[in-house]
Design a protein around this ligand. Structure first.
Ligand SMILES: Cc1cc2nc3c(=O)[nH]c(=O)nc-3n(C[C@H](O)[C@H](O)[C@H](O)COP(=O)(O)OP(=O)(O)OC[C@H]3O[C@@H](n4cnc5c(N)ncnc54)[C@H](O)[C@@H]3O)c2cc1C
Length: 439
């Protein structure tokens, strides 16, 4: 819808016909808000919808078709095959320019019992609404979250807020696998402190069911009885439709696009979770499914389709999440990724506070910086702390984007007043420590 809106801004109703096909019941919604809907922090699903289909139709002449699934793209005939679920009929729709924005699909393991009722993936707003309604109707006592990525952890928080006993099973050594092990271990400690059972280095081998309904999660170490399961095993780009039409997919598994969001097929653009992006630190194509990228990429595609010029210059992998009181954020490369990208690096971890130590509400914050050996070029950063910690990642992300070194960072003119930080902001303390580590 970002692409459609931008194209419309540049080309009026009489000049360009725009239609959007969505197989679900919502467009222009915040999937990022799903955990808060499920957890009850947001009551009304409509507040997660930025713009209703009617507004797109009436104010922007964008014809939104809900419950319409595109099942095939014919690039030679410039036609889509569309299944209209309400009418129970298939039809063809022509196009001159096409934007593929099919998002991502949650990974579902091919394990015994994985089709059982009560096992949920969370991806689109319809999933969130269904899960919230089930939680309220069935009042489960126990839930198991399989996979400790940020979506799994945000869903764990949602269940805790609903008074459900939650376990998280993670195959890797710690939850939040995009963090280094030392920082990930702190996330696990924080989760346990919230009463969430965390089982690390345990792979799920199957699900027990009774009458088709899940009753337990079986790992290689134990059986966890449960009433509900959330799959938080990550997502993969939803490229089946595009690939089926011969639209090129890149090495990381997302649709290959140039910096204008053009695919390698004439007149076909792609944006969002279904594409791969250029990582500005590792210089590699990556798939990182985040709403921040999706919105920017859609905007770029729409501007270009509308006859303007815009580019999407890549990502540095910045993400933040919150589990109850704990804020967790990361950007750039972690140590393993820095090694894999060929960097020799040093790292430093510091403990500080979010406000001056004496100021009421001062919270602990831990900051980790990873820098290239010798040059001091910043490669990545990770933050864990309580309120006031997470958003500090944006300064590190800005420094990374501009290829700054830890020496540059130490001199940054960051704000200071006791309600906001110590006289040395935790990021500057971390830069100092990283410089020392590199000597
Ligand atoms: C629980 C959760 C929390 C998140 N939190 C954050 C966050 O805090 N910060 C952040 O940056 N990102 C977050 N994200 C990720 C973010 O929501 C996605 O990156 C973003 O929605 C991607 O936008 P998109 O338009 O590419 O895909 P989507 O928003 O997934 O939209 C794709 C749409 O295409 C439809 N579709 C797919 N195939 C077809 C077809 N063949 N025919 C018709 N329609 C089709 C789907 O139904 C879907 O509605 C979160 C995601 C989830 C699930």
């Amino acid at each position: 819808m970002s692409a459609a809106s931008q194209a419309r801004r540049r080309r009026g109703r009489g000049d360009l016909e725009i239609a959007a096909f969505e197989r679900g019941h919502h467009v222009s919604y915040s999937a990022c808000g799903i955990p808060f809907l499920v957890g009850g922090m947001v009551d009304d699903v409509d507040v997660l919808v930025a713009r209703m289909p009617q507004v797109f139709r009436d104010d922007h002449a964008i014809d939104v078709h809900l419950s319409h699934e595109v099942s095939a793209i014919d690039l030679d005939r410039r036609q889509l095959t569309v299944w209209d679920a309400a009418a129970g009929a298939e039809r063809r729709e022509g196009f001159d320019q096409l934007v593929v924005a099919t998002g991502a699909v949650p990974v579902r393991p091919p394990l015994p019992g994985a089709d059982g009722r009560g096992i949920h993936g969370v991806q689109v707003l319809d999933d969130g609404v269904r899960l919230r309604d089930l939680l309220l109707a069935e009042r489960p006592a126990r839930a198991v979250v399989v996979g400790g990525g940020y979506i799994g952890l945000e869903m764990a928080e949602a269940f805790v807020l609903r008074g459900v006993e939650v376990s998280v099973v993670e195959r890797g050594p710690h939850p939040m696998g995009t963090l280094d092990p030392d920082m990930g271990a702190l996330v696990a400690d924080a989760l346990r402190g919230l009463g969430i059972a965390v089982f690390e280095r345990e792979a799920v081998t199957g699900f027990e069911t009774s009458d088709g309904r899940v009753t337990a999660v079986v790992t290689d170490a134990r059986t966890l009885p449960t009433d509900m399961v959330i799959l938080g095993l990550g997502v993969r780009p939803n490229v089946a439709l595009a690939a089926g039409a011969g639209i090129a997919v890149g090495p990381s598994g997302g649709i290959a696009v140039d910096q204008c969001m053009r695919t390698r097929s004439d007149g076909v653009w792609a944006a969002g979770d279904c594409v791969e992006s250029f990582h500005r630190v590792s210089r590699q194509p990556v798939v990182i499914a985040l709403g921040t990228h999706a919105n920017k990429q859609g905007r770029v595609a729409g501007i270009n389709i509308g006859g303007g010029y815009a580019t999407f210059p890549g990502v540095v992998g910045t993400a933040a999440t919150k589990v109850c009181d704990y804020e967790v954020a990361r950007t750039g490369l972690n140590e393993a990724q820095a090694t894999a990208a060929g960097f020799r690096h040093v790292s430093a971890v510091v403990d500080s506070t979010t406000r001056a130590g004496y100021y009421p509400g001062s919270n602990p914050i831990k900051v980790k910086l990873i820098a290239e050996r010798r040059s001091g070029r910043l490669l990545g950063g990770q933050i864990i702390g309580r309120e006031g910690a997470g958003k500090r990642i944006d300064v590190i992300a800005t420094a990374l984007w501009n290829e700054m070194t830890v020496f540059d960072m130490l001199n940054l003119d960051l704000s200071y007043a006791p309600p906001f930080s110590g006289v040395w902001d935790p990021l500057l303390v971390a830069a100092r420590a990283a410089i020392r580590a590199g000597r």
